[in-house]
Design a protein around this ligand. Structure first.
Ligand SMILES: [Zn+2]
Length: 153
C-alpha cells in the first residue's frame, strides 16, 4: 500500500489502486483542477481517505522537531507521515523534509520525481546583477557587489 502526499497527487501519476491519503492532503487539492480530477479517478478505483491516529501524529511531530524539519512541514505532510507510519505503508513524496523524517522513523519512503533521499542536492550561487556563478556561498557578489541567489546545479 502507498500513502501519497500532496505532491504525489499533483504529479498526476498512476500509483495503482492500493493507495491512501489523509484528510489534510485532500484539503490541499484545489477543486476542479487537473489534480482534483485525477483524485476523483483514484477514488473511483480504490483510493482511501484515512485519518491517522493522534498518537502517530504526536510521534511524527516529536521526530520532526528532533531532526529540525518540523517548521517546513505542513499539516498535510505531518498527517501523511503519520498515516504511512500507522498503516506501515510506503510513503510517496518528493519532499526532502518528509523523506528525512520518514528515514528517522523507519517509514518506507519512495520519491516520485527524484531518486529519493540518496540523491543529494547540490547548489550553486548566482549573482542576480551580473549573472556570474559561484560554487561556494558568497554573501554578495565579489565582482559587482550584487545580490546572490541559490540555484540547483
Ligand atoms: Zn555580480
Amino acid at each position: 500500500m502507498y500513502v501519497l502526499d500532496t505532491s504525489a497527487i499533483l504529479s498526476a501519476k498512476f500509483f495503482g489502486s492500493d493507495i491512501a491519503i489523509p484528510p489534510a492532503v485532500l484539503k490541499e487539492i484545489k477543486k476542479g483542477g487537473m489534480a482534483w480530477r485525477h483524485l476523483q479517478y483514484m477514488k473511483a478505483i480504490g483510493l482511501k481517505i484515512i485519518s491517522p491516529p493522534k498518537d502517530a501524529i504526536k510521534l511524527v511531530k516529536e521526530f520532526a522537531s528532533r531532526t529540525g524539519d518540523l517548521p517546513s512541514l505542513s499539516m498535510a505532510d505531518i498527517q501523511a507521515l503519520a498515516l504511512a507510519f500507522h498503516l506501515k505503508a510506503t510513503l510517496l513524496t518528493d519532499d526532502y523534509s518528509m523523506q528525512n523524517v520518514a528515514r528517522e522513523m523507519k517509514i518506507d519512503c519512495k520519491g516520485i520525481m527524484q531518486e529519493g533521499i540518496k540523491e543529494k542536492f547540490y547548489w550553486r550561487y548566482r549573482c542576480k546583477s551580473c549573472g556570474r556563478y559561484f560554487d561556494e556561498y558568497v554573501e554578495t557578489c565579489p565582482i559587482c557587489g550584487g545580490e546572490i541567489k541559490r540555484v540547483r546545479r
